[in-house]
Design a protein around this ligand. Structure first.
Ligand code: ARG
Length: 463
């Protein structure tokens, strides 16, 4: 709706209201209403500080406080009429406050600008999302730890190039993701600590001549301190970029894990069975059970990294300080946050519910000559061969097994001795996958004893 009169909040010098298209491109209320709670929290802190420093009277501050609570309850109840003529959440809230409490509402914006206001609101919103991401990651890590603990000694093939490489344990594979999501967790915590400075009181860009106390508002809003440079405070969106960067890396991790689940749940692999709760059927093929949640998680990185790229490009080349370009920050972050949290929750649910098929894992672990490296190591350790020679002898034995259509432990001793005369019966002790994984006891290796130690370490970290 186009207002024919000039804007009631800033229209003093304007004779006419905006064109309908101008209003459409300018308004952010369609999306920034998601920051209503943060906006009202910021305004309450600001008003209380203005009273504490004597800039406004206690009675005005009290009227503002009560009025803001009424506005908040109206918004929460869905009783609030948002107006795009009022552009954004800041002016929608203030205009409604004026309707409710009258004249004192006009004093709320003393020593403040929408520039420090929006930076504050958005930071508070992103901070909440970092906290939500932290919870989501902790829940996912704990689900992975349960899987790792249950299957610390279940053998499965380890892959490079998606070709069978060496036997590993299910627990070890789960713990690899614990490390990855653990780094995501530390990125989230780092980002939160770095962003936790209050922009409020930077005003439009230069600070203010009113005797405000920025420590009071910073403390009231849970910030560690006020941001030290007013120009930077209103133009900084690093916190949003860091949020999106951390989200993007985590989304990459989620997509890699999702891809493994898609492969592992296929009829060809059968490594895992996903629960009915996290699968869907096909409307035409009755036998199908599709890993849709995993596929969607695999896809989420597209929009999350897209948001990261988009905001990087919005911010690129912007001169200090605030430019309206920066209004384009929010939708990207909102969408990425919604999808990140959803992907984390869906992955946690899938991991908690899934069943690792121990027998299929074990059968696959022994195929594909997975203990060839153990054989080569035996030739080095027991017969004293140089590793390169041992590699060659083993390769010859693999070729023999391949042409016979059997696995390495199925070769007879005499056949092996044709390739190298000194091989003894003892070699069979290293050809079994259990022995193979049990022998990988180096720190961080796949031996169950190491896997269990890492599970305990992580349980200690998570407390
Ligand atoms: N809606 C604006 C935004 O999201 C709020 C800040 C407006 N500031 C201004 N000087 N026009 O960025």
């Amino acid at each position: 709706m186009t207002d024919t009169t000039s804007n009631q909040m800033w229209g003093g010098r304007f004779a006419a209201g905006p064109d309908a298209i101008m209003e459409a491109i300018n308004a952010s209320i369609g999306f920034d209403q998601r920051m209503a709670a943060q906006d009202i929290a910021g305004s309450r802190a600001h008003a209380a500080m203005l009273a504490a420093t004597g800039v406004i009277t206690d009675s005005d501050a009290e009227a503002i406080r009560e009025g803001l609570l009424t506005v908040l309850s109206e918004i929460e109840a869905g009783d609030f009429t948002f107006s795009s003529a009022l552009e954004d959440i800041h002016m929608n809230v203030e205009a409604r406050l004026k309707e409710i409490i009258g004249e004192p509402a006009g004093r709320l914006h003393t020593g403040r600008s929408r520039n420090d206001q929006v930076a504050t609101d958005f930071k508070l919103w992103v901070r909440d999302q970092l906290d939500a991401a932290e919870s989501g990651l902790l829940a996912l890590i704990s689900a992975l730890l349960s899987q790792a603990e249950a299957g610390a000694d279940w053998v499965m093939p380890g892959f490079t190039h998606l070709q069978t490489a060496q036997p590993v344990t299910w627990g070890h594979h789960m713990m690899a993701y614990v490390e990855m999501f653990g780094r995501d967790l530390s990125r989230v915590r780092d980002a939160r600590a770095r962003m936790n400075e209050s922009p409020l009181g930077a005003a439009a860009l230069a600070g203010t001549s009113f005797p405000i106390d920025r420590d009071i508002t910073a403390k009231a809003l849970g910030f560690d301190r006020p941001a030290a440079n007013s120009l930077d405070a209103v133009s900084d969106r690093d916190f949003a970029l860091e949020f999106l960067s951390a989200a993007s890396i985590c989304a990459v991790h989620l997509s890699r894990f999702a891809e493994e689940l898609v492969i592992w749940s296929s009829a060809q692999f059968r490594f895992v069975t996903l629960s009915d709760r996290f699968s869907t059927g096909s409307s035409i093929m009755p036998q199908k059970k599709n890993p849709d949640a995993a596929e969607l998680i695999r896809a989420k990185v597209g929009r999350i990294y897209g948001a990261n790229t988009a905001l990087m490009m919005v911010m690129k080349g912007l001169p200090l300080t605030y430019s309206k370009d920066m209004q384009e920050d929010k939708e990207q972050v909102f969408d990425a946050a919604d999808n990140w949290m959803l992907a984390l929750a869906a992955m946690e649910g899938m991991v908690r519910d899934m069943t690792a098929n121990r027998d299929s894992l074990a059968a696959a672990a022994g195929s594909g000559f997975s203990t060839a490296t153990d054989l080569a190591d035996w030739l080095v350790r027991v017969l004293g061969l140089p590793f390169r020679d041992a590699h060659h002898v083993t390769g010859t034995l693999v070729a023999r097994a391949e042409s016979r259509g059997c696995d390495l432990p199925d070769l007879r001793l005499a056949e092996m001795q044709e390739v190298h005369g000194d091989i003894t019966q003892d070699v069979y002790s290293v050809l079994g996958v259990e022995n193979s994984v049990n022998s990988r006891t180096s720190y961080g290796g796949t031996a169950p004893v190491q896997v269990r130690a890492q599970v305990q370490r992580w349980k200690g970290i998570l407390g």
